[in-house]
Design a protein around this ligand. Sequence first.
Ligand code: F6P
Length: 318
Amino acid sequence: MTSGGDSPGMNAAIRSVVRTCAYYSVESVGIYRGYQGMIEGDFVTLTARSVKGIINKGGTILKSARSKEFMTEEGRKKAYENLIENNIDAVVVIGGDGSFTGGVVFNQEYNFPIIGIPGTIDNDIYGTSHTLGYDTALNTCVEAIDKIRDTASSHNRLFFVEVMGRDAGFIALNAGVGAGAEEILIPEENLGLERMLESLKKSRRAGKSSSIVVVAEGDRTGENVFELAKYVEENLPLYEVRVSVLGHMQRGGSPSCFDRVLASRLGVKAVELLLDDKTNLMVGLKGSDIIATDLEKAIKGVHSINTELLRVSDIMTT
Ligand code: F6P
């Protein structure tokens, strides 16, 4: 099943899990709308052929949801009964930390085997360098920021571009460096309003007539990106300021080759772990290897941003 916010690569992961099951002569069942579908018994039998033509599709054919009912004991009981009734022996959850938290609680209560595949554009999961959809989202953001720069430089404007990342700055930092942003604001490193103003003034003195500031959704340098823009406009009247919030377009679209390959590898590993009687794990990428991390550790651990990239970003804004 897929759960939480959708991300590009989820379909490729579904395809991989189903085809790996078929390869090992294991039956597979898709659960619609994540934990909510589990509670409602919304299941579909999947075969190697029923997942054809989806590796290149964004979103998720199984649909997704954030289920409030699964947070209740009663909801989880219904879910368990449905799994047993349908002869389901294990569940592969493709999602983010909220989905894995649900999986851990469910396992503690019912001892039901769960394997997690990290799927979120935010990349904020411990135990993997990349989550499914992150790479695609980065490419989407860079393409959008390149376009915004055309207007920024034609009109000598300062643009604040908000990218997704509720609690994490991975998208902002990497897309910011990739798109050559003059400043990057992320929740992991609070630059502060005054330092940001100083940095923009410095860019101006260095001869830059336009600027792009990439702001992570979760950044709190200002109250929000609009307040931030207002503050800068009031304090730096030289700049004509605009705001662009990229929003959900970052979550859609055909997955990049990187995400498709990663999804295929993670799906195979997820099924093979279960066949090996290994459970309560999350599969992830470390260097060029697919590894398994304790699901609980994946939730509790912190995936830290690359501080080297922060330094690179600083040097690039010279
Ligand atoms: O977790 C992924 C994410 O895209 C976050 O970056 C963002 O804050 C959130 O989902 C938005 O969720 P929703 O689709 O419910 O508005």
